[in-house]
Write a protein that binds this ligand. Structure first.
Ligand code: LLP
Length: 417
């Protein structure tokens, strides 16, 4: 569901014509719908209402402070994977006791920062990391709350780059070895076992991989209990897919319907780490058509947004629907929609059937709210785009467009040059 809809042939973001926003703030421009975001977040909260739970928004999908504040204001927590994300979460007033921290390469500085911040738990991804966290907690005279991230070896049926729960992936501890590592953790002086974590991948469009993975994790929980290890938090990760094209993914309520009965009689707080399913369809990227280039073999629509602004199509061959802001009767073209970057891989769509676009008109790249701005770069020295949030008739800049001075900020030319 989202609130980017046509009214009398004109695309609106909630109550505001998108064209007005493009003219006011310039392009490329990320636009988020407040109401869509909130609805998506509350869908999780309501679906899992019957069990103790925390919805820890995965910051990697979108780190804008306004998005995070909205989550914080509605009782959400955060799933972070770096000191930088932890900093952002805390700045946005997400309570530290609702923050979980995953990632295979946590540094000493990051671990100290998280310990000092008193986060809810570390989702530990290896034996080495476990020992390092324990050592650092010892030097700081605190106890480190931990969960082990287990890798349940379940195929999420998604793009290879975003599958994380298979044996061949770098994430977590193989589930069949987990008991050994829990025993190791039990003997560490400065570590407190409080949970189990798993995350099997992203853009998952069926419930069954979640069920299969949870079954395996619950067996582990029973084995732990047999060894006197009680876990209070069961973190099932994120990964619910969204509709980019014609996918029909389950909703949080479908997930809840299948998973909650499996937890009967277990005294645990469930942690969910959704990213994409909260923010993906709550955001669009608006761009302007600069030039049309017709060749015998190919038709190119050249726009002012490139792979540096939205890299998902280039990186994963991901599909994002592209539509003009004005819906009029026109001929159809088949074109590549490409950006200004000097790379052949710089495209937002390939061989796409589109209404014949005109020079100068604005287009909307849909479902761009997750892993859009957060994965953007300044490649080719392109200042990053602006971000705007709309709520009803109101709209506001939530991140200003970068300038050329932002590009060189922090650079230094030494005397020896
Ligand atoms: N928790 C953990 C430990 C994760 O690694 C991820 C995503 C999430 C939660 C959130 O997953 P979500 O609910 O958003 O599916 N850049 C890729 C997606 C990479 C996802 C990485 N991990 C893309 O644009 O599709």
């Amino acid at each position: 569901m989202h609130l980017f809809t046509y009214r009398n042939g004109e695309l609106y973001a909630e109550e505001v014509p998108v064209k007005k926003l493009a003219e006011t703030y310039g392009t490329p421009l990320y636009i988020y719908s407040y109401t869509t975001l909130l609805k998506h977040f509350l869908a999780y909260r309501d679906a899992f209402d019957r069990v103790p739970h925390i919805v820890c928004f995965a910051l990697k999908a979108n780190t804008n402070a306004s998005v995070l504040r909205l989550i914080a204001n509605n009782g959400g927590g955060a799933d972070v994977v770096s000191g930088g994300e932890l900093f952002r979460a805390l700045r946005a007033k997400i309570p530290s006791k609702k923050i979980v921290y995953a990632g295979v390469g946590k540094t000493e500085g990051e671990i100290r920062y998280a310990l000092k911040s008193r986060i809810l738990m570390f989702n530990v991804e290896s034996g080495d990391e476990l020992i390092e966290i324990d050592r650092l907690a010892g030097t700081m005279k605190v106890k480190a709350p931990i969960a082990l991230r287990v890798n349940p070896d379940v195929d999420p049926g998604t793009h290879a780059y975003i599958a994380t729960g298979l044996k061949k992936n770098k994430f977590g501890i193989p589930i069949e070895e987990a008991l050994e590592y829990y025993k190791l953790a039990q003997n560490l002086k400065n570590t407190k076992i409080i949970g189990i974590h798993k995350h099997i991948g992203s853009q998952i469009t069926k419930v069954s991989p979640f069920v299969d993975a949870l079954k395996k994790v619950l067996l582990l929980m029973d084995a732990l209990q047999g060894r006197g290890i009680q876990v209070r938090y069961l973190d099932i990760g994120g990964g619910l897919g969204i509709t980019y094209k014609d996918e029909d993914p389950p909703l949080p309520q479908d997930l809840a319907k299948s998973l909650i009965p499996m937890l009967k009689g277990r005294n645990v707080t469930l942690i969910l780490e959704p990213g994409r399913s909260i923010v993906g369809n709550a955001g669009i990227l608006v761009s302007q058509v600069l030039y049309l280039k017709k060749r015998a073999e190919k038709y190119f629509v050249i726009i002012d947004a490139g792979m540096n602004d939205l890299m998902r199509p280039s990186l994963y061959g991901a599909y994002h629907h592209i539509q003009p802001l004005e819906k009029t009767v026109r001929k159809t073209i088949c074109a590549d929609v490409v950006g200004p970057i000097c790379e052949s891989g710089d495209f937002l769509a390939k061989d796409r059937e589109l209404p014949a676009l005109k020079r100068g008109e604005f287009i909307a790249v849909m479902s761009a709210g997750a892993y859009g701005y957060s994965m953007s770069s300044r490649y080719n020295s392109r200042p990053r785009s602006a971000e705007v949030m709309v709520k009803g008739k109101e709209h506001s800049l939530i991140r200003r467009r970068e300038t050329c001075y932002d590009l060189i900020r922090g650079e230094h030319i030494p005397d020896f040059i």
